[in-house]
Write a protein that binds this ligand. Sequence first.
Ligand code: COA
Length: 433
Amino acid sequence: MKDWRSTYKYKLVSAHQALQSVRSGDRVVLGHACGEPPALVQALVARAPELSNVEIVNLVNVGPADFARPGMERSFRYNGFFIGAPTRRAVEENRGSYRPCFFSEVPRLFKHHILPVDVMLLQVTPPDEQGFCSYGLAGDYTQAATEVARIVIAQMNPAYPRTAGIRVHLDALTWIVEQESPIVQISPPPCGQVERQIGEHIAALVPDGATLQLGIGAIPEAALVALKNKRDLGIHTEMFSDGVVDLAQAGVITNRKKTLHPGKFIVTFLMGTDKLYNFVHNNPDVELRPVDYTNDPCVIGKNDNMISINSALQVDLTGQVNAEMIGSLQFSGVGGQVDFVRGAGRSAGGKSIIALPSTAARGAISRICPRLDPGAAVTTSRNDVHYIVTEYGIANLRGKTLPQRAEALIAIAHPDFRDSLSSRTAVRAATAV
Ligand code: COA
């Protein structure tokens, strides 16, 4: 390998200089979640008056997403794989769009040039002795986009945690911007009584020695709290946050019983606070892998007793799960939900759990409903679904007929809605019997 030091100094530029490489009409991919490079995105947005028709692509946004602000539409269009608070309005107002795709398949779109990448903006750690930088908090599609982009611009941030697993060599970077930025802090949301009850039901489904996937949010957090008396849990997941650190430090998560990668936390991105970032920094047991590996249902299924825990907005009486739309409004995205539902379905002893409060809008709406709202997407299909959990209990839908499913789901609906859900008309409409 040639000495990277000889070329390094020629690649060092300011953010302003590096972002001159972006041309009108380019597709710019941003490093995912906490891997988004704040200094580079700011410098890109500063070029708005000179640019037109630049497409911005990423998945979870943790930054302000200034490129999606009203007035930016001549310069930038946001076409993301996930919609969140900073981008929802742009999509509602048709200044951007949602791109349906399983998280596991996003790298393939880049690698196979279905979505050619012009410019990749990512965040990396400073290099090691051999010139390798860590992808830090985001491996996911970040590695694939980095490999195929015409121009790769990296913000080299000394504050960025160095994780084990995949890494990128300086030779793969076109421009390097050395700039320290604080890492985004995302605190766990508070858990209420409903989430705590849901957490207890989830814990009842998790055996000692299980391997877990859980997302971020009040329900996964409550589930982790409820798991504190388990033994030898393991982690093979899309992402994890501070709650996993608490259980690891308490000796509940040991990864000892994992049948794939024993001893290791396998993850594709990380999002939390400094508690998490300090835990993963230089920790050889936490391995960052690309999302087409972590979320591949065949890989997930090699973990015995794989338990996936995800949430939803609505479930109909046949078991169709909507986890991404409120009516015809794109609220979030599929993410890795279906990848893990299918992976857990392939695992010996595996279970997929979709957990949600029984109502929304302060009790005015039942989330267990005869049919999904008009316009809503099916995120997890009724063919894939396994366990549904609310604060009222657990419905195991696998192998059940349509009327049996309706009965099991009505039993875990809020009591105020059970009569209307049980009415002949509602059940017949839902199950077409
Ligand atoms: N009708 C109308 N409004 C509804 C609703 C329904 N059926 N269901 C939920 N809402 C409202 C809630 O009341 C809440 O409004 P508020 O903020 O004003 O209180 C809002 O929608 C969000 O609902 P909530 O249940 O609090 O969402 P959440 O933050 O827990 O996220 C998902 C839940 C399903 C959106 C989220 O888990 C997701 O995006 N999942 C898909 C991706 C995935 O599973 N990834 C894998 C793991 S990383």
